[in-house]
Ligand binder design. Structure first.
Ligand code: AMP
Ligand code: ZN
Length: 488
């Protein structure tokens, strides 16, 4: 199967053919660090984290670059409000962003460049644009002259003529056209600034991404991503700046954009004041459930945020957790018997369907649907089949491998949730030390099954009784004792 991706630039799904396989170069616009991120921003970075993970799962060697915009009007305004410096604001919220990304379970990008550390690269790009005659300087400000780049509008699908028809009188009379945008802004009193050929100033937002992506990924790379609100003007301007210098190659080949998180009928946005912060949601909800909530919808479609939707995702997650837990306990109780062909096929059929869904423009919603179907089948097989002939290990691996593409990790959590007394009890009856609660439980169950096999009913009942006292719910199955534990 070929991986297909929807390209905003061509408005269709295309076969994904990176320039230099197995390498994939991917750039995603990072946040402007002036505030804590909201769950809409969170969705964007989780969506691209899943894309990053799936590309790696497919065997690609991905270089993932995500920048930090640490100089901007919003940062300066925030510093004035908080009575501190723009540097302090940027540092504080960049740290908070890193914490939120880790807490959400996102992998760190390979490179995370900061705008303020790439001013020289931006100045060089702006100088080249002026030299080419497509940018001009007025009183220490530099503007990109949109009329000199005829392809302007190709990403957002607006022609220059349409945009001109909608033009109003320019607020800044010094610009040749209201569509022209700032590449360099001259410094105002008390603002962060750098020396440049046009005097002291700071870069515009769009030029940052052109300069930093080219520096780390080369003049042409495979994937450029961000939220749908970045298509215009940010990404349109990035294309103009970069292809304006050299139109012989595309700046980025595939443009991917995630849909919005909405609150009711409105986009969640700082400017609308309807934001819910990632860190606040994480106080109440498991990050795995938040990721599942995102993955239940295709990344390009809108999602409505609500407590109820998050709770529904948590309940769905619990079903998968229970299946995995049951498999773990069954596995602890059976030897490495030969799994039947039929049972192995169940896992491979699921993996094929999962990959087919993900290959279709990262259709996580469909892939998750297959995962739920598979866990239902697994539950039936595990409860009814003779455990030795059922491919328990294959089931577990297939589920975990799918979950790892979504960045959902249930292994650590489950073990911690078991009662700590299980370690002492395992030592008492087995005379061995355990560090992992799950392993201790597995061996206790094995000991109880062995006691029954040896008709040592007193020991078998004692183990059963003590497990029940610890809060386990126990069920005898054809493959041995099944212990489920629900933390109170
Ligand atoms: P910003 O800091 O506003 O540039 O946002 C960071 C990223 O989050 C950008 O890629 C935005 O497109 C994306 N984003 C902002 N609001 C939302 C939203 N409500 N839903 C999904 N993505 C969003
Ligand atoms: Zn950008």
């Amino acid at each position: 199967m070929v991986l297909k991706v929807y390209n905003t630039l061509t408005r269709k799904k295309e076969d994904f053919v990176p320039a230099e396989p197995p390498k994939v170069r991917m750039y995603v616009c990072g946040p402007t660090v002036y505030n804590y991120i909201h769950i809409g921003n969170g969705r964007c970075y989780v969506a691209f984290d899943i894309i990053y993970r799936y590309l790696k799962y497919r065997g690609y060697e991905v270089t993932y670059v995500r920048n930090l915009t640490d100089v901007d009007d919003k940062i300066i305004n925030r510093a004035n409000e908080e009575g501190t410096s723009p540097n302090e604001v940027a540092r504080k919220y960049a740290d908070a962003f890193a914490e939120d990304m880790a807490a959400l379970g996102n992998l760190a990008p390979d490179i995370e460049p900061k705008a303020t550390e790439h001013i020289n690269e931006m100045i060089a790009t702006i100088s080249a644009l002026i030299e080419k005659g497509i940018a001009y300087e007025v009183d220490g400000d530099v503007f990109f002259e949109v009329a000199k780049f005829p392809a302007y509008g190709k990403l957002s699908g607006c022609s220059l003529d349409d945009m001109r028809a909608g033009e109003r009188v320019s607020i800044d009379e010094r610009k040749e056209s209201p569509l022209d945008f700032a590449l360099w802004k001259s410094a105002k009193e008390g603002e962060p600034s750098w020396e440049s050929p046009w005097g002291k100033g700071r870069p515009g937002w769009h030029i940052e991404c052109s300069a930093m992506s080219s520096k780390y990924l080369g003049a042409s790379f495979d994937i450029h991503g961000g939220g749908q609100d970045l298509i215009f003007p940010h990404h349109e301007n990035e294309i103009a700046q970069t292809e304006g210098l050299d139109a012989s190659r595309p700046f980025a080949k595939y443009w991917l954009h995630n849909g919005f998180v909405n609150m009711g009928d409105e986009k969640m946005a700082k400017s609308l004041g309807n934001v819910v912060l990632v860190r606040d949601v994480l106080k109440e909800h498991d990050p795995n459930a938040i990721r599942l909530f995102f993955a239940q919808t295709h990344y390009r479609s809108p999602i409505t945020f609500s407590e109820d939707n998050l709770k529904a995702a948590a309940a769905a997650l619990e079903k998968i957790e229970n299946t995995l837990e049951n498999l773990g306990h069954l596995l602890a109780g059976v030897g490495p018997g030969e799994a039947s062909e039929e049972s192995r096929k169940l896992s491979s059929a699921f993996v094929a369907k999962f990959e087919e869904a993900m290959d279709d423009d990262f259709n996580t919603a469909l892939a998750l649907g297959h995962l739920f179907d598979f866990t239902r089948e697994v539950n039936t097989k595990a409860a009814t089949g003779g455990a030795a002939s059922v491919d328990l290990k294959g089931f577990k691996e297939a589920i975990n491998s799918a979950l790892s593409v979504f960045g959902i990790d249930l292994s650590a959590k489950k073990s911690e949730e078991l009662p700590p007394e299980i370690i002492a009890f395992a030592k008492e009856i087995l005379g061995k030390d355990f560090t992992e609660r799950e392993a201790a439980l597995g061996e206790v169950i094995e000991a109880r099954d062995a006691a029954r096999a040896a008709k040592d009913w007193a020991l078998a009942d004692m183990i059963r009784g003590r497990l029940e006292e610890m809060g386990f719910i126990l069920k005898d199955t054809p493959s041995g004792l099944l212990a489920t534990y629900k933390a109170k």
